[in-house]
Design a protein around this ligand. Sequence first.
Ligand code: ATP
Ligand code: MG
Length: 300
Amino acid sequence: MPGTDILESFEKYVRPFRVAKGKGFRLKDFDPADTRGLKMEKKEAADLLQGGSEWLATEQDMLYAQDRWSLLLIFQAMDAAGKDGTIKHVMSGVNPQGCQVYSFKQPSAEELAHDFLWRYAHRVPERGRIGIFNRSYYEEVLVVRVHKELLELQKLPTELVTKRIWDERLADISHFEEYLNRQGVIVLKFFLNVSRKEQKKRFMERLDRPDKHWKFSPSDVRERKYWDDYMHAFEAAIQATATLHAPWFIVPADNKWFTRLVVAGAIVEAVESLNLHYPKVGAEKMKELAVARAELSAEA
Ligand code: ATP
Ligand code: MG
């Protein structure tokens, strides 16, 4: 169990950003710079995050031992919103053996030859594991929706490509997530909500710092032209797929310390609700353990 104060502190930072019902969702109601009025010292945020990570490490051990549930964490965002850094910080301390991270890039020829969920479906974490999708099947209703020429590469029969295609895909995604949930996969989705202004600042930083040059891609700047189209696509996706069984978290991303706090808190809350415990050992197993103890003690 996490300390009650850790849980309570997390709760007030997580609740306001949790969207479990898509109807009526509006992106404009969420401020990327929100910190809940909290002017927390970075040190305080770091301590809380540290507490959350340690707690998560113990829980992950139980998740693994129990081998029933798994956790799928999906990260979607505009560039430079801090996906990589958030994943790195929130998962630090977690045993790498129980954790898998997949970064989805432009699809390969083999992937394009299949239905759109194919490449994601077989990366869903197995029981007992935490799986992280750095980008996900949501790209199929985000980048592909904004750049329609990408849809042509998917070689769908033309009569299936109608103006309803995005709504159809969103319905398929929502059903897929419901299916996963019925299979014991807890799905949490994070939209790191960075402002256009902060993105520009971060791109500038990348240009100013030689150690960040590798992160800079000219195409990221070109994508800024499509900002409004992306926001529209995000809003439609969240409206269609935010449910109790697969909630979205609209995480303010203009302040990195706050982003990490909200994400860590959301994970802690979801895992907490599973009430994990180590598997109980039966009488037969206890007998085996006693025999093993006797054998070891008898060794010279
Ligand atoms: P970083 O830039 O932090 O290293 P990234 O996730 O932005 O990480 P990139 O290699 O820069 O990685 O970009 C991956 C690109 O692949 C993105 O532009 C994304 O939109 C694109 N992509 C991902 N999935 C699909 C898809 N299904 N169809 C087309 N493009 C996709
Ligand atoms: Mg990139």
